[in-house]
Design a protein around this ligand. Structure first.
Ligand SMILES: C[S@@+](CC[C@H](N)C(=O)[O-])C[C@H]1O[C@@H](n2cnc3c(N)ncnc32)[C@H](O)[C@@H]1O
Length: 264
């Protein structure tokens, strides 16, 4: 089908990448619960998660829709095998794990009330086909929420040349693998083109004043460092930045796009 720029089995440091996804889910869990409810997720919904990874966010979705069902779709066999263990309480109508790509969802038409894709579409060579598939499986009135990054919203002040190099190199490697580090700004039009109505975009900002620096650093640079396979001394970079952040002399800020739409 399609491989794209997130190939878990080839990332090298699997336990670090899983830990990074865990930190990324826990650091903003409360905020994310609010975003999901505001985007239309209800307690009795049949929910689809595209690109569940190891299932840390699946656990939150199951908690927020306890009377419904959850279909967790994940192409990596290693990650798909972890989802059940990371969902503490399956929803009343069941937890269904599908090892599959979002471009060919193993679901019939109009079965889902709420769909979520978090940091997934940036890795998919044909994200528009995933958005169309999500639209197909939603019931009329069902809602889709996509959360993704955009490197245009990453600010290090003062500028740090090693970070700029890391971002530039990761952008071109990810693009070479079919991914897109600037997808955030494109999601709104993608949803509209797929037929969604009432499409809304907002940007959630994360700064080094709000999150532990280690967490923010791993969110922003952990995957990129893995992609580059040691071309930058990430440990030294982390230490230098952490010292400056601790004294208030370094600001790190990033925005994440949250885009939602409804099936007419
Ligand atoms: C950065 S991880 C995010 C995992 C999870 N959504 C989270 O936020 O913790 C990206 C995930 O998207 C999955 N993925 C990549 N291409 C995909 C595709 N075409 N369809 C569905 N999932 C895909 C990867 O296997 C990986 O688990």
């Amino acid at each position: 089908m399609t491989t794209g720029s997130y190939r878990f089995e080839q990332l090298g440091d699997a336990s670090f990448q899983t830990e990074r996804l865990y930190q990324q889910s826990q650091a903003i869990r409360g905020m994310e619960a609010g975003i999901l409810r505001a985007s239309g997720l209800g307690p009795a919904h049949d929910v689809l998660e595209v690109g569940s990874g190891p299932g840390f966010v699946s656990d939150l979705l199951a908690e927020l829709a306890p009377e419904g069902s959850l279909h967790a779709v994940e192409p990596s066999p290693t990650l798909a095998a972890q989802i059940r263990d990371n969902v503490r309480q399956a929803p009343a109508r069941g937890l269904f794990v599908h090892q599959a790509f979002g471009n060919a969802l193993p679901l019939g038409d109009a079965q889902i009330d709420f769909a979520y894709a978090r940091f997934v579409l940036q890795h998919v060579p044909t994200p528009q086909s995933v958005v169309r598939e999500v639209h197909r499986v939603l019931r009329p009135g069902g809602r889709f929420c996509a959360v993704d990054s955009d490197d245009g919203l990453v600010i290090f002040h003062p500028q740090e040349p090693r970070v700029e190099q890391l971002l530039r190199d990761a952008q071109s490697i990810q693009a070479g693998q079919g991914g897109d580090r600037f997808i955030g700004r494109k999601l709104q039009a993608m949803l509209a083109d797929a037929g969604f109505v009432n499409v809304r975009s907002r940007v959630l900002s994360l700064t080094s004043s709000e999150l532990p620096f280690q967490v923010l650093f791993n969110i922003l640079l952990g995957y990129k460092a893995a992609l580059l396979g040691g071309a930058v001394d990430v440990r030294a970079l982390h230490q230098d930045l952490a010292e400056r952040v601790a004294t208030g002399r370094q600001l790190v800020a990033a925005g994440v796009f949250i885009v939602s739409g409804e099936k007419a």
